[in-house]
Design a protein around this ligand. Structure first.
Ligand code: TRP
Length: 324
């Protein structure tokens, strides 16, 4: 079987450097080597947490623009919106019916909210069964490799479990996918925790120079004075820099830490590097953003390419379970 990579980004909030280094850039690298690549906007995942329609709509637009500005070629890949492929929801229900509730009880995201919360207060069923929707996203297209951050590894294991269970009951149907882990732990947000919308600590990917500078200046450091040697390993400024810089530049920066670079200078150096690297993406973004209907057109073309594959496969699945 040829390699088929697939990954999605939940459409909540604005795209940030964590999305770029943790998902978009590594996926586009992999796409160069894979025969098929499927990249999608997980909009039905976003409504688990976001009840604001404008926020969902604008996030769909911006995450799509992030992919397109970062160099995604929609001719050589499949780029689509999850909600345009209705068969995914159909498959999701079918998979619900072969998934043990106990498996979902063990999902980290659910367990974290369940702690000291015996009545499941504030937890909707979408959140509880979210790994099953994710399994449907993946299994619908028989993807072989799924690039994700380490926090999604458990969901991939669950997907494999669910696929095996279905195959066992109804005969071999689904490819068992493998995770490719993108180390997004090395992408700290401005407070030093992993960059994430939920922590409100993000540095936006698609912003002007001034906003980028402002975010970088806010990165938390410590109170060491200029001239005092600094530990690069635990430094958020340094760790972010490594994502942009070459090995030589990283070695040089390390030396400057040993020599006691000031926090102001370190942040300026990160800003200059980030600003240079992001310039082509930013320029494309501001250009694409002005083209009315561009995102809509890309997504509707994507749906036209992808949906027939889903329609054909769902027919096969329905007939396996005795509904056709
Ligand atoms: N749950 C993923 C995240 O929050 C997004 C996602 C949804 C996804 N469906 C997927 C990722 C399928 C990979 C494959 O990051």
């Amino acid at each position: 079987m040829k390699n088929r990579i697939l990954t999605g980004i939940t459409t909540s909030g604005t795209p940030h450097l964590g999305n770029y280094f943790g998902a978009i850039r590594p996926s586009l690298e992999l796409a160069k080597e894979s025969t098929d690549s499927f990249f999608f906007l997980a909009d039905y995942h976003s409504i688990i947490k976001v009840n604001n329609p404008q926020e969902v709509t604008s996030s769909i637009e911006n995450i799509a623009l992030a992919w397109l500005s970062s160099g995604l070629d929609t001719n050589s890949s499949y780029f689509y919106k999850q909600s345009d492929i209705r068969e995914i929801l159909e498959l999701s229900w079918i998979l619900h019916c072969v998934t043990a509730k106990g498996l979902m009880n063990r999902a980290h995201a659910y367990k974290a909210l369940k702690e000291n919360n015996d009545d499941d207060k504030g937890i909707n069923m979408g959140l509880f069964s979210y790994p099953i929707l994710m399994a449907a996203d993946i299994l619908m297209f028989n993807s072989t490799h799924v690039p994700v951050g380490p926090d999604q590894l458990q969901h991939l294991e669950m997907t494999r479990d669910i696929a095996n269970r279905f195959n066992h009951i109804f005969g071999n149907t689904f490819e068992i996918p493998e995770a490719i882990i993108n180390d997004d732990e090395s992408i700290p947000g401005i407070d030093g925790r992993k960059m994430s919308k939920s922590y409100n600590n993000v540095i936006p990917l698609l912003c002007d120079e001034k906003t980028l500078k402002k975010s970088i200046m806010k990165i938390v450091t410590n109170s060491l004075e200029p001239g005092e040697p600094k530990d690069h390993k635990t430094c958020n400024v340094f760790n972010l820099y490594t994502n942009f810089a070459s090995d030589e530049e990283i070695a040089e920066f390390k030396e400057e830490y040993n020599n006691g670079i000031s926090w102001g200078d370190a942040k300026n150096k990160l800003f200059d590097k980030a600003n240079d690297s992001l310039l082509p993406i930013r320029e494309r973004y501001f250009e694409l953003k002005e083209q009315k209907d561009l995102v809509k057109d890309h997504l509707s073309n994507g749906a036209k390419k992808v949906r027939p594959l889903a329609q054909e496969f769902i027919e096969e699945i329905r007939s396996k379970i005795g509904i056709s």
